[in-house]
Design a protein around this ligand. Structure first.
Ligand code: CAA
Length: 379
């Protein structure tokens, strides 16, 4: 775990933190209140090479390893969780290409991603959420082409992204083993998008349904081999649930910092509320939980980089733990601020709303516990 303490990671943190504070934080409240895409953040991240920093250098990216990517997402989420979904979704959509793409697919799509074309991930459907293998979207072979039909739900940054990794059944008689992965382009004929969902939080990141009406895909859009899509989808989540943990750590850290500052500024009964042990203990608990969540997340990131055998467990564990921590910490931060925490004068109410989603997406925390339980023998 020496990597945790390598100075280049702290240098990266400082660069991202400063960029996020100057160029992303000032727009975070407006992005939330108006449910608008964070264009300022998208531009700032892209200009700094941080929107898809995980893309290898040979395709024009920064070649950021999993730990560096986690630090980028964490520091952006400290100020604006919706903006932190830009690098997180770009990683989620493109990990299948990194894991299973052929050299032509990598060249084309990763290069475009590094240049700023977003990449979303289409797994869930209206009737296939936790039970992802129950998907109905299908791809039928027609000559050398595939014809894709169906719909996907809860797709982050849908409509914004140029590319979509789409999981579809290519042989319904085989269940999970009859699922394949495809790359779909926004410009493909027959793809369309639903209206943005009206969400509790993460309002700056559009979540839409994606519809596929007989979308014709040439053979070279198949990712990996036919029937290997579900396993690829699960392997992808092993690498990317860690980015959701990073988001959660960042949200929690942001809320903690505001609560700590407020506790020193706010005076009641003639002294700072920080001087009351009840408040001190809340802050101490927040700091302790965040520290534990951060270390577990970094450990999982290092395992992701090394593709270690217990990655599936660690990925689920850090996602589950850190997102529960984010919910606890943001709720307590609102409590420390009292009435001021409950109104939008301070960002903590937004952070509390944002934290909630992290317990739900990329697999509910109930599914994370199921995944951990199924992988106990790897420990
Ligand atoms: N790596 C490689 N292969 C894996 C795997 C992994 N981590 N996990 C499962 N597989 C393989 C299994 O080995 C199995 O193949 P074999 O039969 O050859 O062994 C096959 O996949 C099926 O596995 P299961 O029998 O375990 O499948 P299941 O139907 O019981 O489902 C599940 C497992 C863990 C519940 C899975 O459905 C799941 O993760 N559900 C949650 C879905 C999810 O996380 N959705 C998130 C959507 S993305 C999102 O939210 C993004 C966003 O907006 C930001």
């Amino acid at each position: 775990m020496d990597a945790l303490f390598a100075p280049e990671y702290e240098e990266l943190r400082s660069v991202v933190s400063s960029l996020a504070e100057k160029q992303i934080a000032p727009h975070a409240a407006d992005v939330d209140q108006n449910s608008r895409y964070p264009i300022e953040a998208a531009k700032a991240l892209q200009d700094a090479g941080l929107a898809a920093a995980h893309v290898p250098v040979e395709y024009g990216g920064q070649g950021a390893d999993a730990l560096a990517t986690v630090i980028i997402i964490e520091e952006v989420a400290r100020f604006c969780a919706a903006s932190s979904l830009i690098p997180a979704v770009n990683k989620l959509g493109s990990v299948p290409v990194l894991l299973a793409g052929n050299s032509a697919q990598k060249q084309k799509y990763l290069t475009a991603l590094a240049k700023g074309q977003g990449f979303s991930y289409c797994l869930s459907e209206s009737e296939a959420g936790s039970d992802a293998a129950a998907m109905k979207t299908k791809a039928v072979k027609d000559g050398n082409d595939w014809v894709l039909s169906g719909s996907k739900k809860w797709i982050s940054n849908a409509g914004i992204s140029d590319f979509y990794t789409v999981l579809a059944s290519t042989d319904s008689s085989k269940g999970a083993k009859g699922i394949s992965a495809f790359i779909v382009e926004k410009s493909d004929s027959g793809i369309s998008f639903g209206a943005p969902e009206k969400k509790m939080g993460f309002k700056g990141s559009p979540t839409r349904e994606v519809y596929f009406d007989q979308v014709r895909l040439p053979a070279d859009r198949l990712l990996g081999t036919e029937g290997a899509g579900f396993s690829l989808a699960m392997q992808t989540l092993d690498h990317t649930r860690i980015t959701i943990a990073a988001q959660a750590v960042g949200i929690a850290q942001g809320a903690f910092e505001i609560a700590k500052k407020y506790a020193h500024e706010r005076k009641q009964f003639g002294k700072e509320i920080f001087d009351f042990q009840a408040v001190q203990f809340m802050l101490a608990n927040m700091a302790m939980q965040i520290a534990a969540a951060r270390q577990l997340t970094y450990a999982a990131a290092v395992k992701s980089e090394r593709a270690e055998a217990d990655l599936t467990f660690y990925s689920a564990a850090c996602k589950c733990f850190a997102t529960d921590v984010a919910m606890n910490v943001t709720t307590d931060a609102v409590q420390v601020l009292g009435g001021y925490g409950y109104v939008n004068d301070y960002p903590v109410e937004r952070m509390m709303r944002d934290a909630k989603l992290t317990q739900i997406y990329e697999g509910t925390n109930q599914i994370q516990r199921l995944v951990m339980a199924r992988n106990l023998e790897t420990l």
